[in-house]
Design a protein around this ligand. Sequence first.
Ligand code: C2E
Ligand code: MG
Ligand code: MG
Length: 807
Amino acid sequence: MYRVLDCLTTQHDPWLVLIAVLLCLGGVHTAFNLYSRACVGRLQQKLSWLFLTGVVTGCAIWATHFVAMLAYDPVLPVGYNPGLTILSLLIAIVATFIGFTIPGIATQNLVPARLVGGLVVGLGISAMHFTGMAAMRVPGVISWHMDIVFAAILMGAAFGMITLLIAGKAQTGREKTYGKIGLTIAIVTMHFSAMGALIITPDPTIPVPAQIISQSSLALAVAMVATLVIGIGFVMAMIDRQLRENASARMRIFGDSAIEALVMTQNGIIVDANHSFLKMIKGETATISGVNFIDTWLPDTSPAFRDGAEHYIETSLALSPGHTIPVEVIRRDLPADEFSEDAVIYALRDLRERYEAERHIRYLAEHDALTKLLNRATFHDRLALALEQSRVTGNPVSVLCIDLDHFKELNDTYGHIAGDHALREVGERIGKLIEDNVIFARVGGDEFVALIMHDNPNPATMIATAQNKAQALLDCLSVPVFINPGNSARIAASVGIAHFPDDGDDIESIMFHADLAMYRVKQGGGNHLVFFSPEMDDEYRYKRQLSGALRHAMDENALELHYQPQCNAHSSKIIGFEALLRWHHPELGQVPPSRFIPIAEETGLINPLGEWVMRKACEEAVTWTNPLGIAVNLSAVQLQNLDLAQTVAGILDDTGLAPERLELEITETALIHNASRSRKILTEIKALGVRIAMDDFGTGYSSLATLQNFPVDRIKIDQSFIARLMASEQAVAIVRAVINLGRDLKLEVIAEGVETEDQVAFLTAHDCDAVQGYKFGHPRPIADYQTTVSGTSVAAQHRSIVGIGSN
Ligand code: C2E
Ligand code: MG
Ligand code: MG
């Protein structure tokens, strides 16, 4: 140690030593910048940069050595052998290239690679030194203190290993600094220790060869080569750094322009993230760099996504303990390039808005927009699920079919906006009855359904629960609905109830049976609840059979019209006929219209049937020589057809019947069903020249108002009043009032159901215009009235009527 210090202090020029150290630092500084660059990118590029690192480091070691040799003054003239001098440079370059390459390209066993690489660099410094020393020529004998030589070699190797161990791949500023200091120490200590081992014994007899490089020439060469090479390396590292910074700035702008959050990781550690990510986590770059991305932010991530087997995942982003947001993450592997190691880019999108939109869309798809209750499709799905569960648990399910009573009237009276308002109000009230096991849905205009999932199989509990729920529903609807200031509407409901599995074993039959029960309530006037019973099914089946048979009869022309005369009350002269439909069923015999007309109305068959009657009656009447009137009954259902007037016009056109001979009989109840539409249709029919008669007058619920509002030509006093004429004071008063009303309003009045002479006497005495009834003729096939319609004499006609009437 003493020798080394003595050699350094007494035999070296301190200024030149300083220059050597500075040169070494400069070279090593550039070398480590290059090495740092060489450790990223693809292998081929790595090798190029590592080669450059080797050249610069080798030159730095070599230049340090020779400048330090200049500082050494052995008091003898010194020269150098050019071959060995150049060889020493090559040794330094090759050794450091190999030494840096081993850890530079290693991907595994990093510590051994760094130690081996450091050892090669350290030994390379020694090899260069002693080759350089071997190139030295002095007039004397050169010998070595071998113990110091070994110590110097050991020191070089040790510092070399320590240097690369702590510098690693020199990716951080700290690693680079440690590397630069370490390598400088390795070079300098090795050199000056080895110099301490040098012994030169002057011997003027030893000649110094002629082809040696002089000390001054070497100084010049070293300065030039070192400056040039280190300079080139320095400039290249600078240019490369600039390029990388430019590329990285472009990438940053690119990344920050993305709406998605982007995170780049290397070996799982965040190396970069864009603004969107920082915004998403409300963080800063400093807080996230160096953090393990998946462990910290996506703890719920599946192993497949972590390993890169999956590239898409919907998961939770952990913002803080207990606070997560749903995100979708796309993973892209970014292979190493000239600027970067293998990396992974994660693109994250906040799913809160999408989930909210999806939830909203699902809500819209499942709910009725007006009442906010479930809609038909969703109810169907829930019912299917409930039946499935019921099959497993054995607990029954009840279905309630609910139809609002008189809702159509409310709509007609106050308009659709008020109707919608009422439905909303109903929806709100029904909504309060929803429970965990009870759901409600709106399945049509004013139709609702409920589903009760019972929690035990007891039939008594099932019935009580369903009944209570239905009653609660009726109760909640019993409060009138506010329509506008001064008006509120009374809404009630008809509720039919059926149970699974007792009343049906699938959705269709349960729904159908609850519907049948509801229909029963409707027929009974509504505002009530009824449980399904099998006899309802029988009735339905009977009705269906009857309607099938009626359709068949219509197709087979098995229906016929009978005609009942209508006479002048004073002269008894026939003024027209009412066409009445007759159906003779092959097994049931004669089926009365009161039985089959309602069924035809329910099934919609009344439309073609009514048209058939009208056409048939007109075809018949047009053949009569005597142009008598012909009255045809119209059903309430027919009066809802907007093209009814067109149908009537078509029939008149086809048959050629004069419009004024046709009279259509309409009941008051048919008119008030949809008053504005009925008025419109009747006005159109009236415009054709066809007459309108108000059938069954007095039995409806606002007869007088109807007369005022509809274009009526004739009033038909209902037969119930005529039948009671001789027995009831009220009937007398009513008939008298109606006849007077007709006279005042200039409307004809006809009494129907006239059977007795007393009734005729009363009616003629009170100046009733016309009469119809068994007294003047039963409804018969037209053949029976042939003389009348063919226009034979009045006397003959009268005789024939009396004859028939007394049958
Ligand atoms: P409506 O229009 O009031 O017809 C009069 C009913 O009274 C007829 O019964 C007729 O046979 C019966 N009648 C006539 N004179 C007397 C009498 O002196 N005493 C008694 N007790 N009854 C008498 P019908 O034919 O059974 O018809 C019943 C109802 O069926 C009709 O009442 C009408 O509303 C409906 N109807 C009949 N044919 C048709 C049709 O072609 N279309 C439509 N829509 N309804 C029809
Ligand atoms: Mg009639
Ligand atoms: Mg009638």
